[in-house]
Write a protein that binds this ligand. Structure first.
Ligand SMILES: O=C(O)CCC(=O)C(=O)O
Length: 257
């Protein structure tokens, strides 16, 4: 489960987006917005790949699909885009050329599934098999895949790439982030202080654009005011081995795909 706090923030929003995806900028701020990464054909191909989403337990439906887990396992187009040079060129400054994709999820907001999430850090990774390794806790299985909360340094050493398949303006539930909050490990009681002190950034981004995010950056997501589609392919990349014989559930990269 994400580590969550309430949805309010006493500081006003800012649209002063960081667009610098260099190592220094993303290491300092924990995110970057990069427009025009994929073209219309790439986006259409990804959207088509979801139209025939299988009746699989990785698909969560309300009135329409709003979340599909385990995309690296079930969706060839997502596997391909995870290896695409344009995406890997965004990952390389942070994680190096040896980075691999470990998990991918589709998020959508539509009428009837217009969800929100309070301030939280992403807190789990997917691994092949459970094992009693110090610092790894809260084991669970989701859609047949083992999930575990690792030490904060493991997720803090990863990078999430969020590929936008629809224009995401202020009114359709954009991601909001608290820059710099990823540098302090797991945050619980401190979340209120971060909300009070730091101006939240609204990550508006156009179709084909990408948000890079450190998984333990504090982030939140509001319901869309006018829900239409807000499809985001969320891909998590890592570059390090896990301790104690634990193995990443997936490691998708051009050389081993
Ligand atoms: O897609 C969003 O707006 C938020 C998703 C999220 O918070 C998460 O991946 O933990």
């Amino acid at each position: 489960m994400p580590r969550c706090s309430g949805n309010t923030n006493s500081r006003p929003y800012s649209h002063n987006l960081n667009t610098d995806y260099s190592h220094d900028a993303v290491a300092r701020l924990g995110y970057a917005v990069v427009e025009n990464v994929l073209n219309a054909d790439d986006v259409a191909k990804l959207i088509d790949s979801f139209d025939d989403a299988p009746a699989h337990n990785a698909v969560r439906r309300k009135s329409a699909i709003y979340g599909v887990r385990n995309l690296l396992e079930i969706n060839v187009a997502v596997r391909e885009i995870a290896c695409d040079e344009r995406i890997r060129n965004l990952v390389a400054p942070m994680l190096g050329a040896g980075a691999f994709a470990t998990r991918a999820i589709l998020f959508d907001k539509v009428p009837g599934a217009n969800w929100s999430l309070g301030w939280h850090q992403d807190s789990v990774i997917s691994v092949r098999e459970p094992s009693d390794v110090a610092g790894f806790r809260a084991w669970s299985q989701k859609a047949g895949v083992w999930q575990v909360q690792p030490p904060a340094e493991v997720l803090g050493g990863m990078l999430t790439v969020r590929i936008h398949l629809d224009d995401c303006g202020e009114s359709n539930g954009p991601l909001r982030v608290l820059p710099g909050s990823h540098r302090f490990g797991w945050l619980d009681d401190e979340i209120e202080d971060w909300k009070a002190r730091v101006q939240q950034i609204v990550c508006t981004v156009s179709r084909g654009g990408v948000v890079l995010m450190n998984p333990i950056l504090l982030h939140a997501s509001s319901p869309a005011e006018y829900p239409a589609h807000r499809r985001v392919v969320h891909i998590e990349y890592a570059c390090a081995e896990l301790p104690g014989g634990l193995e990443w559930n997936q490691r998708v990269a051009p050389s081993n795909d």
